[in-house]
Design a protein around this ligand. Sequence first.
Ligand SMILES: Cc1cc2nc3c(=O)[nH]c(=O)nc-3n(C[C@H](O)[C@H](O)[C@H](O)COP(=O)(O)OP(=O)(O)OC[C@H]3O[C@@H](n4cnc5c(N)ncnc54)[C@H](O)[C@@H]3O)c2cc1C
Length: 390
Amino acid sequence: MPTWSNWSGRQTSSPTALVSPTSEEEIVSAVASAAADGVSVRAVGASHSHSRIAAPDGVLLNLDDWQGVVSADPENERATVRSGSRIFELGEPLHAHGLALRNQGDIDKQSIAGATSTGTHGTGPTNQNLSASVEGVRLVLASGEVVSCSPDEHPELFELARHSLGGVGLITEFTLGLRPAYRLHERLWKESPDDVFGRIDELVTGTRHFEFFWMPQLDACACKTLAETDAEVDDLPDVKLERIGWSHNIISSIRDDKHTEMEYSVPAEQGPACFNEVREMILRDFPDLEWPLEYRTVRSDDIWISAAGGRETVTISAHQDISLDDRDLFEACEEIFRRYDGRPHWGKVHYLSGADLAELYPRYRDWWRIRDEHDPHDLFVTEDLARLRP
Ligand SMILES: Cc1cc2nc3c(=O)[nH]c(=O)nc-3n(C[C@H](O)[C@H](O)[C@H](O)COP(=O)(O)OP(=O)(O)OC[C@H]3O[C@@H](n4cnc5c(N)ncnc54)[C@H](O)[C@@H]3O)c2cc1C
């Protein structure tokens, strides 16, 4: 019997079968046989979600053999890619066409389907999350039908598939809106939180990307900016406080230290107050915490269940070591985040029910209603996803 665990090892499950398709026909056939057996089917990408959103309880589809760029269209700044493609595998092939993703998250290990299904984002007030760059989706529905969706073709399914939570269908391809390849100048430095918040607007709007990790044991912020530049790519050694390179080589970091994480999105103007309340709570109630809080910004979008939907956003993430209990810390953080109208990251720990989530998103019930119409027997709904049903 196969077993599954996420990246941190915190989430585990026992799927009934493991299938590793190498073609769209094999994906269709795996969906059909799960339907015939009356079990759920779940694709996973890199299993990097901290929540149980990826946990399979029926057939597990591993899409590692379903990767790569299908076609690129530099003139219209877009490309079609297979859903299992890892983000780090897309950088060079897209660069060969003079193209790049508009933005990326803090790491590039995720699959493009996993990243968009949970609203993965990077930072920068002009940068939307990865789902906002999706222009078309091809997916296998519970009926076995393969449909192409876009704002003009099956627009409601397209809307759902932009943040699919794995629950809409088996996505086989994405057409992504891209931009011409670009270089970034990275700068790293340390600064006190009071100084950072004394000039937070200037820091956030002054470069394409600004973020910091606040380290509670030092009460200091490890800050980073990435500014677009035409300067030449440098070849300085890895350990340094400044470097220049193509976006796909610069944006992502290496995060090998296993941790678990909660992240909430709050209205951008509330970000500093919310962050400082969490910081004070940690200094007071969790003085031994060794893991940082991360502070980033995301541009608003129009996706129904996006944490950045309809509002400029600040994201704040709390981390804990996987050898330690995270519940007390995360509950204390969540209590503050919720007072700031926070919305949880779909791929990170939260304790909200479907009813709670329906209060955060005006179209949440519509998302589920349309999903249910296309999948009346819950082929794509695991027990964990069912808990989020309003
Ligand atoms: C070290 C680390 C760093 C991170 N950094 C960031 C960050 O900077 N920004 C951020 O926003 N998040 C970040 N995350 C969270 C992460 O980006 C998300 O949880 C993302 O979903 C993980 O992608 P994945 O490929 O591992 O997806 P998985 O966790 O494997 O799956 C996520 C969801 O996608 C669904 N799915 C996958 N493939 C398909 C498919 N083909 N069709 C339909 N549904 C599918 C799954 O069923 C599941 O519901 C980080 C996580 C870790 C562990």
